[in-house]
Design a protein around this ligand. Structure first.
Ligand code: ADP
Ligand code: MG
Ligand code: ZN
Length: 635
């Protein structure tokens, strides 16, 4: 089917026909030119020799006079021909012929009469016409679909928010965008800042594209889409030009949505040492930044980016007026999965014995796209087996197939669920109990893209740039709490604590080496940090003695140990709450308010400032600011 339509496309293309016409016309032209080429029998004589022979009466009758001023004759039994270049020449010849009673036949050459104007005017103009049309067609198609960035524009999006399930928070956040696109003038009237760039952050298959389409569908505006990888694949200097054109087109269609998928491919941090590929990416990124800044605020264009790697994005992209709003699109929890399964069960005949509730319970860790495949696969299997409806057997097999066919798709086993639930509960309980930790806003055991595991969200009441020593100690204790909970409950920890430990250690080291928060080492900066933070470099140049290095390690270890034992103490004192949160997580997978606040209220709080060594109000600057952003997530 696809093959046939592609074949048809070639034949149907006017470009094909015009391209074919050009050589055809050339061949035709050459043929005609050849056919009218004066061709005469015998030897050519110059005009003067011809006249001399004529006057010598050396020419036999009859002579053939061609319209193209050639005369053909016999002389001394041989064939000759000669041209009569001018009218007087012709006259002189005719007079001589009449004088000598020579018979002259005039050949009208009617064929040449018709062909001559054709060769002179018609064919060259046809030829030029074909070339003009072809040039036009080629440039037009270059401006149209086939121009490097295969992008799709579609109006009439039929996707709505009702098609997006299990992501109520994300939908709630983008509702405002829809409202703005429906009535761009309203915000202008109030004087409010319209949304411009929104970054959908989440693992693949969680419905980022779907959500972006749904906004366009709800607002009834055109939806343009391009992928970051397409910009980067382009030849030198082309990526930037394409970005410019794309934005121009979107602007003309405002109000509209421009969806930039895989933004990380185009928007990676600009490198200091540019390689060729990197340079291209930088140009593209710079153009992207320029275009986003160049938008009239009230033009009614909203740019939606999607990525699963917000950490590698160039910070300039996330600045005010660009992608300054992030919306997390995460893997669904149990309730969400049920809703998604229901959406994808629409229009499929399910046997009444299929329990979607149960299926939702068994598929912790699968994304919306995985679940859509499960339902589709189950329908295919049933059809292949000639069953009138989808039965639980096909559904089970479909789940296995989807998991086997997609290495990213992983289902949490009950034991893993329990481990992750206690780990995340540990983070939350310690955060609740310590006076300096940020409030917990959500706990989940299914929301992590790369690996199995959960996440705990903490939001500062006010954005804090400075952290005190005791606040930092609390942050480290909260990071250690996942591991502490696992050890308390199971007697050993899992590899799920890897990132937590890395973070806690880095923070403890920073306290000692950069912030002068260790009593025994004093207020000195130990070693120099080399390399930019954004490039992930946290290498240190050692400018102290080995003895000092050992002392630094001892201090870092002491801070980490103390934080860990603080976390362990909190958890021991709050074991009932820990169990309660974990049990809730195992069942529902996500804890939000109001349950969240109820559980938090039961926690026995602990004073973390007890280790006080007189530096309690040391303020932290610079480096730590990143730690205390408005929303923190801990794995
Ligand atoms: P992403 O862009 O995040 O990789 P997509 O939007 O491309 O994910 O999702 C692929 C398909 O999976 C969607 O077209 C839809 O059928 C299904 N899907 C994913 N997430 C959801 C969801 N939250 N609700 C309903 N369907 C979903
Ligand atoms: Mg997508
Ligand atoms: Zn953790």
């Amino acid at each position: 089917m696809a093959k046939r339509s592609r074949g048809r496309a070639v034949w149907r293309s006017p470009i094909f026909w015009f391209a074919l016409a050009i050589p055809t016309i050339l061949v035709l032209y050459a043929g005609l030119l050849y056919s009218i080429l004066p061709e005469s029998k015998g030897e050519q004589l110059s005009y003067t020799s011809f006249i001399r022979r004529l006057e010598r009466r050396d020419v036999a009758s009859p002579l053939l006079l061609n319209e193209d001023r050639r005369v053909l004759f016999k002389s001394g039994g041989k064939d000759y021909w000669s041209s009569l270049p001018t009218d007087p020449a012709r006259e002189r010849f005719l007079n001589a012929a009449v004088d000598q009673d020579l018979r002259v036949q005039v050949d009208q050459q009617s064929f040449k009469r018709i062909i001559l104007p054709a060769t002179q005017y018609l064919i060259p103009s046809l030829f030029i016409g074909c070339i003009l049309v072809l040039t036009f067609l080629l440039t037009r198609s270059d401006r149209g679909g086939n121009k490097g960035i295969p992008r799709r524009k579609s109006t009439g999006e039929s996707v709505t928010f009702a098609d997006v399930a299990g992501n109520d928070e994300a939908v709630a956040e983008v509702r405002e965008v829809r409202d703005y696109l429906l009535h761009p003038e309203r915000l202008a009237e109030i004087g409010a800042q319209p949304p411009r760039g929104i970054l959908l952050v989440g693992p693949p298959g969680t419905g980022k594209t779907l959500l972006a389409r749904a906004i366009a569908g709800e607002a009834g505006v055109p939806f343009f889409t391009a992928s970051g990888t397409q910009f980067v694949e382009m030849y030198q200097g082309v990526g930037a030009a394409r970005v410019r054109e794309l934005f121009g087109e979107v602007r003309q269609n405002a109000p509209a949505i421009l969806f930039l998928d895989e933004l990380d491919a185009a928007g990676r941090t600009r490198a200091s040492e540019a390689t060729t590929g990197q340079e291209e990416r930088d140009q593209t990124l710079n153009q992207l930044l320029v275009e986003m800044d160049g938008f009239d605020r009230f033009a009614g264009v909203v740019i939606i980016g999607a990525t699963n790697r917000p950490d590698v994005l160039d910070p300039a992209l996330l600045r005010r007026g660009r992608f300054d709003r992030q919306v997390v699109v995460d893997a669904p929890d149990r309730v969400g999965r049920l809703a998604i399964l229901k959406i994808h069960a629409r229009g499929k005949r399910l046997d009444p014995s299929v329990e979607l509730e149960r299926l939702a319970g068994q598929t912790a860790g699968l994304t919306g796209a995985d679940l859509a495949s499960v339902m589709n696969e189950a329908a295919l299997l049933s059809a292949r087996r000639g069953k009138p409806a989808i039965t639980p057997a096909e559904v089970e097999e479909a789940v296995d197939r989807v998991i086997a066919g997609n290495e990213r798709a992983q289902v949490l086993s009950p034991a893993e669920k329990r481990a992750v639930a206690y780990h995340e509960s540990g983070h939350a309980v310690v955060a609740w109990a310590l006076p300096h930790a940020d409030p917990v806003t959500k706990i989940s055991i299914v929301s992590r893209g790369q690996a199995l595991g959960g996440r705990t969200w903490m939001t500062a009441e006010e954005e804090r740039v400075l952290l005190t020593k005791s606040e930092l100690e609390s942050v480290i204790a909260v990071a250690m709490a996942g591991m502490a909970a696992e050890e308390l409950v199971f007697g050993e920890s899992t590899n799920g604590a890897r990132d937590d430990l890395r973070e806690a250690t880095a923070m403890a080291r920073e306290m000692v080496c950069e912030l002068g928060m260790s009593e025994s080492l004093g207020r000195l900066a130990w070693g120099q940090q080399v390399g930019s933070q954004f490039l992930g470099g946290d290498a240190r140049k050692v400018d102290y003695s080995d003895a000092m290095a050992a002392e630094i390690d001892r201090e870092v270890k002491r801070i980490a140990d103390e934080a860990y034992s603080m976390a362990a103490r909190v958890l021991q004192a709050n074991r009932p709450t820990l169990d309660r949160v974990a049990a809730y997580l195992m069942e529902k997978e996500t804890v939000r308010d109001p349950e969240l606040s109820q559980m938090a209220a039961d926690v026995v709080r602990l004073d973390s400032g007890s280790s006080g060594d007189g530096q309690g109000d040391t303020r932290v600057t610079e480096g730590m600011a990143a730690v205390a952003g408005s929303v923190q997530q801990i794995g």
